[in-house]
Design a protein around this ligand. Structure first.
Ligand code: CAA
Length: 293
């Protein structure tokens, strides 16, 4: 069934090579997914060789795990590994049809990245962003071809979570949007078209949810009480474990974006600010079993 709002699929352009800007956890998970499902070359870039090597290393380790589980054959694993490469030079994107960025969650950084990518790719190459809260229209505004920019927002863990939010910016054209939906389908995700609004749909809800939990802790509720209180709802993960999965710095950025957009509804936790400023990924510590301690 055609997703609501998706343009006619005949408008979609072929994707034969994918570029990924950033080689962090989301980017590396995306690299594996693209290589595995689209079976096309995927190249990761980042600001230094250590980051690039770490990203490619993550993908290779995950492929080895899939092989150990019998999900891919030994030959298939080697073919998959050969599809994923790293580079420091965005010129490696010159023949890519679809480039997605997953860099630091700040508008200026993402605008700079897209402007750099635009120097190397064809006018029709789709520029997608995995931003979880920023405006896609603002991100595209300074480009020569803003019509090829689209939001393509995955959820962590990328391999497992079925949802993909596809975001149409003010100037996104039908061919770009159709290509995004075709890629989403090839990746076997359930794509939904969402408005270019702060944090789209899912993070708007999740941020409110996690924000209320962490602010109740700021106000004195013991963290294990706040975390355990929601367990009977049958959530797949308790709020603080989910917060750790998302990462406190990302969660804080989204909370700040939402606070700017809707100050009456979204607060920013003092504990979150302190812990992120101290370079910690999570507001509380977790024991080896993954539970807050
Ligand atoms: N990477 C790859 N695969 C993973 C994984 C990971 N990090 N974590 C789990 N999996 C796989 C497991 O290997 C397993 O696969 P198989 O069945 O093929 O072996 C499968 O997922 C289920 O895992 P488990 O049985 O170990 O655990 P589970 O049943 O508890 O499920 C979960 C794990 C799917 C992550 C579940 O806990 C869950 O759905 N949690 C909520 C996650 C969520 O809400 N994510 C959204 C975060 S918000 C976000 O990402 C947006 C943003 O912009 C900030």
């Amino acid at each position: 069934k055609k997703p609501a709002g998706a343009p006619d699929k005949s408008l979609a352009r072929a994707v034969t090579k994918v570029g990924i800007v950033g080689a962090g956890l989301m980017a590396s998970q995306m690299a594996l997914l693209f290589a595995r499902q689209l079976k096309v070359p995927v190249v990761l870039t980042d600001i230094d060789q250590a980051r690039v090597d770490k990203g490619v290393g993550y993908v290779h380790t995950e492929i080895d795990k899939l092989a150990a589980k019998g999900r891919v054959s030994p030959d298939g694993a080697n073919r998959l590994k050969a599809l994923v490469s790293g580079s420091l030079d965005k010129a490696a994107f010159s023949d890519a049809d679809f480039v997605i960025e997953a860099v630091f969650e700040e508008l200026g950084v993402k605008q700079t990245v897209f402007a750099e990518v635009e120097e190397h790719v064809s006018a029709e190459c789709v520029l997608a962003t995995n931003t979880s809260s920023l405006s896609i229209t603002d991100m595209a505004s300074k480009l020569k071809h803003p019509e090829r920019v689209v939001g393509f927002h995955f959820f962590n863990p990328v391999a497992v979570m079925p949802l993909l939010e596809i975001v149409r910016a003010d100037r996104t054209d039908d061919a770009t949007l159709a290509t995004a939906f075709a890629v989403g389908k090839a990746l076997r995700k359930s794509s939904v078209l969402v408005k270019d609004a702060p944090a789209f749909v899912v993070n708007r809800l999740l941020t409110r949810f996690m924000g209320e939990v962490v602010q109740s802790i700021d106000e004195g509720t013991p963290f294990e009480v706040a975390d355990n209180a929601l367990e009977p709802l049958g959530l797949p993960m308790s709020p603080l474990v989910l917060l750790q999965l998302v990462g406190a710095p990302v969660a804080l950025h989204v909370a700040e974006t939402m606070n700017r957009a809707f100050p009456d509804r979204f607060g920013v936790s003092d504990n979150m600010k302190k812990f992120v400023a101290a370079g910690k990924n999570a507001v509380w510590t977790w024991d080896a079993s993954g539970k807050p301690s």
